[in-house]
Design a protein around this ligand. Sequence first.
Ligand SMILES: C[S@@+](CC[C@H](N)C(=O)[O-])C[C@H]1O[C@@H](n2cnc3c(N)ncnc32)[C@H](O)[C@@H]1O
Length: 386
Amino acid sequence: MTPGARIAAAIEILDAWLAGEPAEKVLTTWGRRNRFAGSKDRAAIRDHVFDAIRCKRSFAALGGAMTGRGLMLGALRAQGTDPSTLFTGTGYAPEPPLDTETGHEPARGSAEALDCPDWLFDDLSRSLGADFAAVMETLRSRAPVFLRVNTRKSDVHTAMRRLADEGVDTRSGPLSSTAVEVVSGARRIAASRAYADGLIELQDAASQALADRLAIAPGARVLDYCAGGGGKSLSMAARVDADFTAHDISPARMRDLPERARRAGVEIAVTTALAEEDRFDVVLVDAPCSGSGAWRRSPAGKWSLNSDGLQGVMQAQDEVLRQASRHVASGGVLAYATCSLLDLENGQRIKDFLAEAQGWTTEDAGSWTPLDGGDGFYLCILRREG
Ligand SMILES: C[S@@+](CC[C@H](N)C(=O)[O-])C[C@H]1O[C@@H](n2cnc3c(N)ncnc32)[C@H](O)[C@@H]1O
């Protein structure tokens, strides 16, 4: 496909996304209907689409319309390319730009320029303080791909060498000694021997830092209350010999965890039914959240979140904290984490919990933003008095 034809495909896909269809689904359907497109074409179209979703507001401003065509005109102008060089109307390229499709430059520092939803501008700037504009700017570009080296099976140096032998180039990552960043060959990871042999897992660097910060004692009873696919359980179990239990309200989410644990060479019990009297030394609540810290990776969430959705998530966070706290042994730890940048989902949830609950002290709290290299993350560690 020519560069212009790839842009035309991205326009079609973005129009379907703007009409309410999930981008991944539209990309898959487009791929099925256009089997002539090679893997490089698909990757380029995908990149166009996700870049445009990340920068929806600013690209629409520069392109003069909130349409697939407006977004792609804006994308080219944002990178300093004259759209008429690709919007040629020849072959499968889009029609040349009209005189009316001029667009405008968003005002510097505005919600439009920063690709920030208006309704979240104040909450995000309060939460991020002086870093607000820089963080929002970072969320406008692609996230790096990070791997976690499974130190049960390999050291970082060996894992990097094994990956390089299979065409995946990496370098040391930020935030955690087990994090490596993929420089090239990311699409080869899933089929690599290093992955099949359990030497590596895909995991954001901030999630790895979270497992470091928990500093679990050997032999501790650990409950991952919102385990989902089990990324945090696997990360913790790779670091220390302890007694791990994964739990989630949705059993289907944990379906692959036994196989992932086997591959990683760790033991994690999986349960969906905790007894009321079950107690653990460490209970991790990796709570459902807006995902705002991961908007580089999942950019559609930035535009689909609304005030009702956020209120619903905050209620779920309060509920999950209350439920999980009942399983913390005397003297044990309750660790609350989100991948949100919003204080409403982070410190504010802890404040509300502590206002109601008795006998807890705050032992540690910290947050990471994409400026630290990985996704945005929040962690607060509370100890139940003995
Ligand atoms: C942020 S995700 C967890 C991601 C996971 N820890 C990981 O590292 O891959 C939040 C999880 O909380 C679960 N969840 C939501 N409400 C819950 C509840 N009341 N009790 C237990 N799990 C819940 C969801 O099903 C979802 O899997």
